[in-house]
Design a binder for this molecule. Sequence first.
Ligand code: TA6
Length: 354
Amino acid sequence: MSDGAQLPTDHCPLCGGDNRCAMATTAANECAACWCKSTTIAADVLACIPEQARNVACICASCASKPAPTTTAGVHHVVDQGQRPAVQLEANGQRVLIARTGAQVLSWHTDGGDVLWTASEPEYKPGKPVRGGVPVVFPWFGDHKSNPDMPAHGFARSVDWHCVDEQPAQVTLRATDSDATRKLWDHTFAVDLTVALTDTLRITMTVKNTGDAPFSFEQALHTYFASGDIHEASVHGLENARYVEHAREPIDSWDPAAPIRFGAETDRVFQDVPDVLSLHAKTLHRRVTLHTDNSHSTIVWNPWPNKTARLSQMRADDWRSFCCIESANVGEHAVTLAAGQSHSMTLTLSVKST
Ligand code: TA6
């Protein structure tokens, strides 16, 4: 299959046998539901079909009926809502969906619902982040410091990551430099994102300098949390922390010694932050605790209506139901790595009904 020879269309690409189409043998549909017309075959099975064989030769009835190949317990290679390659983790009745594009955690379903939030008009496009879940920000945060043509929040959330390790209900995805990334940021690197699901969701971002010169980078796990009614939500743990407000239309005044409540556009970068924060989503009867390791910055963001109107994938009232609490190292806490050095930042999320 690897020599690129023209594939026989009358043989099953999986077993080479007669490929009377798996679905054509059903009474009604003449191949209507077969993978060559749609993706009704389990994604794990589909993933075993060489790329060049897809949409060329139908797989035969026996291969189509085979159970998906054995995978690591709790790890399934699937497709996301945009038919993009993704990985689903399952454990303790919970499931997490991670798109390979950007290694973006898209959802974390628990018995209390999705702890993460997705915009109302999401776009699942190749090379594009979905607005929601946990976009990975690297190697710079926000707008590029000197070139407005550069992608906001860096390029990591837009490139294709690949799976380098699987453990029960845990996967590690990796992105490395390429001609395209070196045009934007002329360094060689490897970034790993390890996502592990137990009764918590743990995300570890490890950056390695694979070059021969030092480099500095900023990073964030830009987590969108379902907040319930944002007017009733509060963020705890950042009391009296040093911050800079970046909102264009911020609240007139607020008490920095009190938990954060939302009454206007909020876009605050906190520095020297504690390792434990929490979101109280009152109307969801939910408290989410964020434990971090090696994260010295936190950004708390809600766009309020006027900025929401300027954002992609959003419906006008989306601002009412989410807030971002982003575990990060930005600004003065940007990280510098010598050649061959690595740095890891970990976010562990736990959720409790209240
Ligand atoms: O993290 C807060 C922030 O920098 C906001 O200013 C807002 O721009 C948000 O990120 C979303 O950025 P994005 O590029 O995903 O639209």
